[in-house]
Design a protein around this ligand. Structure first.
Ligand code: ADP
Ligand code: MG
Length: 732
């Protein structure tokens, strides 16, 4: 039995009771789990402030101070008990029947602790954990207090500070540093005596027991090339840093390693696939592509050209393409998709373009038909509302190969849709498709899976894309076609509603159209609908017939009604479209110049950006008006201000990720992260991630199967369960 795998209860100082707690509260079941639980911050004994120098305008302070006086307050700030170093000064507790005063903690409202160092006094305040802190913070004892100072009356205090014992060197193995690790803790852990100091001691004994067993996970040559410290050094110093420099090196090594192995495992799958998975070879550009290219009324942007080259290279490689095409709304992804379909056609293969909604499919169909007019290339539209007769014709055209491009909703992956030779499948807005549907598409190839191009307008920050789609190739259109007019974004409060309506009337008088979007506020769809319908009635009152026509679209309508209303707006038969976020994806109404977003603070930045992308598609100046509710938080205000300040979707997505964390990013909730990260952060460690990825690529280039002896340790690490990541390429 190795020490690393030993049950945590056998670590000196733990035992069965604490072991249960460690497991339930922190997920620590073995010695190994414990030493992979890293401090989340460090107490720096060299950076302890003097109380006289503490000001309320800093984020955190750390003071080392002696407890002078502790006071328990009951209701209405009445003093229950107060004590100082000499003992109890005041005791107002009621007496029991024997005349003994009894302190009942459930009647106590607040604990105030006055602490002092040689320069001054300050107060620590607790509304929670009162008993625990009362028992612990006995007058005369010294602690390190960490937290945000605030000015209360004339006195500085810290509400619920983190309290640690002053670090003592005896607790750490061979450690002479000034940095002491602070670990995540919980009330229950503290109550069972697992304090910060005890945690340090447990870590020390676990490390002492396990370090000799720790095997280096990275080959010697990588440590050398990337200038990384050895694993044992890193583990020792992440828990007990010798100094700040050693800590930096330790943390860099552990973060790099974590991100490197993640990338290595994803990229390895990709390399193996690209070598083994046979793809349809499409060697020529072909006549249909060239013909359209010449006829285009505009030049492709540099980004479009670059992406087409990337796709071309995939199509000629003989391996299956799995490419994610990212580009802001209106950046010309559809154009790229159509040109790619024509390459397939020029090589004798059919294509399909799959869109998440009927309206979007129709729109794609209309655009593609327009591009292909007079070219003799046949495309067809297949959706849930295609008639039986249409279906029969389409099925025949697909099977005899006369239809080159099939456009549609998920109707096109139905059983009875059979292609003569499907060579390319384009999926628009991938996250609206289920895993199941995607794999059905795979099976439609001519014995060989078709090439896959997934298009998304959700700007996924680079770091996240690298992790989520580590084994997909990513192309980015990072340039808008020339001549786009920026959308002017404004933020208004409820008080400006009349001015807003006047502005809308003026725009409508100029022949423009207006979107009004309501958020999904409530959990229950009924409540959401109510919110939307009230808004609709408001608008109808302010914009009455016969001068104005208002359409409404929401998720509770049948597809028929939805399509009817949406088409009415798209065709210009309605001036205003009131809707929920169903219009978020793709609809193109170039004549719409105003996007009004109600309760804008309730949307994520990426979502606001998608909505804003619905306007600014025509030649007119366009506006996005964010209407906020009376009370919005500081953070929401900041987000809305940022929306007004930038139109860069990637910048907004990065910001969204910083504020809400990667898991919440619009459009990525379903994907989740392939594995949980222990020390690295996608938000903060983007640079290390890129470095790790480039390096992983570099290694796989010369040894894609990691079969050379020097890469044996890498292979060994990747065999661990946690890298058993499902193959994203097959489901995307
Ligand atoms: P996306 O699918 O990325 O939202 P589209 O392909 O629908 O963007 O393009 C949006 C609009 O821009 C379409 O009307 C299209 O014809 C036009 N467009 C595409 N590429 C260019 C270009 N290079 N120059 C000018 N207009 C373009
Ligand atoms: Mg589009």
């Amino acid at each position: 039995m190795t020490q690393l795998g030993s049950d945590i209860q056998y670590l000196p100082g733990v035992g069965p009771k604490r072991a249960m707690l460690l497991k339930n509260e922190l997920g620590v079941a073995t010695f190994s789990d414990l030493i992979h639980l890293y401090p989340f911050r460090y107490i720096d004994r060299s950076s302890i402030q003097r109380i006289a120098e503490v000001t309320p305008d800093v984020a955190h302070v750390q003071v080392m101070a002696r407890v002078i006086r502790a006071t328990l307050y009951g209701p209405g700030s009445s003093v229950f008990v107060q004590r100082n170093q000499a003992g109890v000064e005041i005791d107002n507790c009621p007496a029991d029947k024997n005349g003994v005063k009894v302190l009942r903690f459930n009647a106590v409202k607040r604990l105030s602790v006055i602490v002092a160092d040689s320069t001054g006094e300050m107060e620590m305040v607790f509304f929670k954990g009162i008993k625990w802190n009362w028992d612990r913070l006995t007058p005369g004892s010294v602690f390190v207090f960490f937290g945000k100072p605030q000015l209360f009356g004339k006195r500085l205090n810290i509400l619920h500070p983190e309290v640690d014992n002053p670090p003592s060197q005896a607790d750490m193995p061979g450690n002479v540093g000034t940095l002491t690790g602070v670990y995540t803790s919980t009330e229950k852990l503290k109550n069972s005596g697992i304090t910060g100091k005890v945690m340090n001691r447990l870590q020390a004994s676990a490390l002492n027991a396990c370090l000799p067993e720790i095997e280096e996970t990275l080959p010697e040559y990588i440590l050398r090339e990337k200038d990384l410290v050895p694993l044992r050094f890193a583990l020792r110093n992440i828990h007990f840093p010798q100094d700040a420099d050693a800590l930096t090196k330790a943390s860099y090594r552990l973060k790099f390693e974590e991100l490197f192995f993640l990338q290595l495992s994803l990229l390895k799958q990709k390399y193996i696939r690209s070598r083994s998975e046979v793809g349809i070879r499409m060697p020529k550009v072909g006549e249909p592509f060239n013909a359209l290219y010449k006829r285009l009324p505009f030049d492709l942007t540099g980004a479009q050209k670059r992406v087409i080259k990337e796709i071309r290279a995939d199509l000629t490689s003989g391996h299956q393409m799995n490419r994610l095409l990212q580009g802001d709304v209106g950046s010309g992804k559809t154009m790229v998709a159509v040109l790619s379909c024509l390459i397939a056609y020029g090589n004798g293969y059919q294509s399909c373009i799959m869109a998440p909604t009927e309206v979007l499919s129709q729109q794609h169909y209309a655009n593609v038909s327009r591009y292909l007019e007079g070219s003799g290339v046949r495309c067809a539209l297949l959706t849930g509302s295609s008639t039986a007769k249409e279906r029969r014709e389409i099925h025949a055209g697909l099977e005899d190969g006369s239809i080159a491009i099939l456009i549609g909703t998920h109707a096109l992956i139905e059983e009875d849709v059979r292609f003569r030779a499907l060579g390319l499948a384009v999926i628009d807005e991938q996250h609206r498709f289920g895993v199941d549907q995607r794999s059905k598409l795979w099976a439609k190839g001519p014995g060989v899976p078709p090439h896959i191009l997934v298009m998304t307008a959700t700007p996924i920050p680079r770091t996240l894309a690298m992790t989520l789609y580590g084994d997909l190739d990513v192309s980015v259109i990072d340039e808008l076609p020339p001549g786009r007019k920026p959308v002017q974004t404004m933020l208004i409060g409820q008080g400006k509603r009349r001015a807003l309506y006047k502005f809308m009337r003026d725009e409508i008088a100029k022949g423009r159209q207006v979107f009004v979007v309501y958020p999904l506020i409530f959990e229950s769809e009924k409540m959401d609908l109510k919110n939307l319908e009230e808004g609709y009635e408001d608008i109808v009152k302010a914009f009455p017939l016969p001068d104005y026509k208002v359409a409404i679209v929401h998720g509770q309508q049948t597809n028929e009604v939805k399509n009817f209303n949406m088409s009415a707006f798209a065709a210009g038969r309605a001036d205003i479209l009131v809707s929920t976020t169903v219009i978020e994806v793709g609809v193109d109404v170039p004549n719409a110049s105003v996007m009004v977003i109600e309760s804008a603070q309730r949307f994520g930045l990426s979502q606001l950006h998608q909505l804003r992308g619905r306007v600014g598609r025509g030649s007119e100046k366009s506006f996005c008006i964010l209407v906020k509710d009376e009370k919005v938080s500081k953070e929401s205000q900041r987000r809305l201000d940022l929306m007004c300040a930038t139109e860069n979707g990637f910048e907004l997505a990065e910001e969204d990720m910083k504020m809400r964390g990667p898991g919440d990013l619009e459009g990525t909730q379903q994907s989740g992260l392939p594995i949980a990260l222990n020390i690295a952060s996608l938000v903060r460690d983007g640079t290390i991630l890129s470095e790790a990825r480039v390096y992983a690529e570099h290694i796989l280039e010369s040894d894609p199967f990691l079969s050379s002896p020097r890469n044996l340790p890498l292979m060994k690490e990747l065999q661990k369960d946690k890298y058993n990541i499902k193959d994203y390429s097959k489901i995307s």
